[in-house]
Design a protein around this ligand. Sequence first.
Ligand code: OGA
Ligand code: MN
Length: 211
Amino acid sequence: MDKPSHDSADYNEALFETIADDIANSGYSIRPNALPQALLEQLASYVHTIPIADFKKAGVGRDGAHQLNQLVRSDNICWIDGDHAAGAAWLEWLEALRVFLNRRLFLGLFSSESHFAHYGPGDYYQKHSDAFKGQANRLLSMVVYLNSEWRVEDGGELLIYKAEETRASIKVTPSFGTIVVFLSEDFPHEVLPARRGRFSIATWFRLNKAS
Ligand code: OGA
Ligand code: MN
């Protein structure tokens, strides 16, 4: 059988299967050049049309305590809704992934939230967890990168720490189309300072727990 093309339903099905297998086996999935090409290009061109003023200082919160803390992170974010075709296409793809993961892994993912992030030169995000044991309703984190031709000297890598390790064991280059998914409670991570503009989409899949 022919290999499914990047934008077919079969391609998504195979990709979702791979992500589900990776999560079941190791709790995380890192897949370069994975996001369907048409969606990737749509998102990448859209993000460059968003006025930089629409990107806001991101907050760092716990238990809903939302606060600005620019020592921890210095990037700017813009939440994604379905008002624009690219945002709508992205939310639709996310929904298909959510439904697939629930069916395949019985994760009980209830909803998702998603934002673009922009790191200018020098921006970073220090080591943090996206969720805290016992109280979190963020179960799964996902990051997708929208940067073509990212070079080693551009920095901005995502470092992922395995449980109890003080040194990061996984380093991800934020290259065009790379998808990273991990269990939110299990993998602290950080973003090293970028040396050129760095665009990504961060997403969290939530359980339906009242917090
Ligand atoms: C986050 C995050 C990682 C990245 O937004 O919580 O960890 O590589 N992002 O952009
Ligand atoms: Mn994070």
